[in-house]
Design a protein around this ligand. Structure first.
Ligand code: SF4
Length: 338
């Protein structure tokens, strides 16, 4: 075992958080936790993990669930493609693999929505396979300890970091090693690191060279797309209209008020949405990883005679029976439909 691995696993045994998905080797539960924790903080993900374990204790329960229920349970977490992929893969495991969760890194990688990081995490935590994880926390720790200035988001960087992680991983305790390095990145070697509590201070090159704040290096800036959403909130006698988002992209298969999307916030473009009976909300900006959604809700005190085929008329109070994007749900927490 490398000195690096020894130091971090000793530290982890004493300082690692006691999280529920660390108390199991059931690959299904580990997979659930890993998908929930992608782009979600542990404190926020915990309640969702517990809810999913309660509602769908086995892969069979998840496979047999209706997609609308799975999306409803996911509501508030965002990035709904994760929930759809979970459900899709549960059905695949149940129907194509006789309910047996795949057992190797390679096979796990075949599940929809599972990338190299998640496959390595499940394979090492559940089956003790020697597969090193490389996630944002690992990039930070390795770039600092070894003072690596290759951009982590370049092809060369991805290869270099993976190679280094593969060299460092313990072949005796790969799962614990992976947990330890990620935990160190989450608790100690954070963007503002707490070096005095770190087990790697002696060997940390970035600390010695005072390059910590410049590690890891990133080459690209994420391009952000601006989108302009205008929701039409019709209301009459306790009824409103909603529609299902069927197109690929954000919020697929979720429900929303009838939407018109524009590629500009130019006032003249949206003038057709205004009439003397309508009122509108202030603009709400919802930030996703690659998109900024500028949203206005237009309220109309009537239901239109002319309707699109896919619009569904429902009672106001039934709207929470449908999986809604967090943006819409949040708006309804503070505003009534009429
Ligand atoms: S010494 Fe500081 S910078 Fe280096 S690995 Fe530890 S916490 Fe990170």
């Amino acid at each position: 075992m490398s000195n690096f691995s020894l130091l971090i696993t000793n530290w982890y045994r004493q300082n690692g958080r006691n999280l529920p998905w660390r108390q199991t080797t059931d690959p299904y539960l580990i997979w659930l936790s890993e998908i929930i924790l992608q782009q979600t903080r542990v404190d926020q993900g915990m309640a969702y993990y517990e809810k999913f374990v309660r509602h769908y204790p086995t892969v069979k329960d998840l496979a047999n669930a209706q997609e609308i229920d799975v999306l409803n349970d996911w509501q508030g977490l965002g990035y709904y493609s994760r929930a759809r992929n979970l459900h899709f893969s549960a059905k695949f495991i149940q129907n194509e693999l006789d309910g047996k969760f795949p057992q190797t890194f390679k096979e796990i990688l075949g599940l929809k929505g599972v990338g190299k990081y998640t496959a390595a995490a499940i394979a090492s935590f559940a089956f003790g396979e020697v597969q090193a994880v490389v996630d944002g926390n690992v990039y930070r720790v390795l770039s600092r300890v070894f003072d690596i200035d290759t951009p982590m988001d370049s092809t060369a960087g991805v290869k270099e970091f993976q190679k280094l992680a593969d060299e460092l991983i313990s072949s005796e305790q790969p799962g614990e090693h992976n947990q330890a390095i990620m935990e160190l990145g989450a608790l100690i070697c954070t963007p503002k690191p707490v070096c005095e509590d770190c087990p790697l201070t002696e060997m940390c090159l970035a600390r010695a060279k005072q390059t910590i704040t410049n590690r890891p290096v990133k080459s690209k800036k994420t391009k952000v797309r601006n989108r302009f959403f205008h929701f039409k909130v019709f209301s009459d006698q306790g009824k409103t209209l909603i529609e299902k988002r069927t197109e690929k992209g954000i919020w697929q298969n979720m429900f929303q008020f009838p939407l018109e999307e524009f590629d500009t916030n130019d006032n003249s473009a949206i003038s057709s949405l205004r009439d003397n009976q309508s009122r509108e909300s202030a603009e709400i900006i919802h930030v996703l990883s690659h998109q900024r959604i500028h949203t206005v809700f237009h309220h109309y005190p009537f239901l239109p005679e002319e309707r699109k085929e896919h619009w569904i008329e429902i009672e106001h109070e039934k709207i929470q029976d449908y999986p809604l994007p967090r943006l819409v749900d949040r708006y309804l927490e503070e505003n009534t439909i009429d």
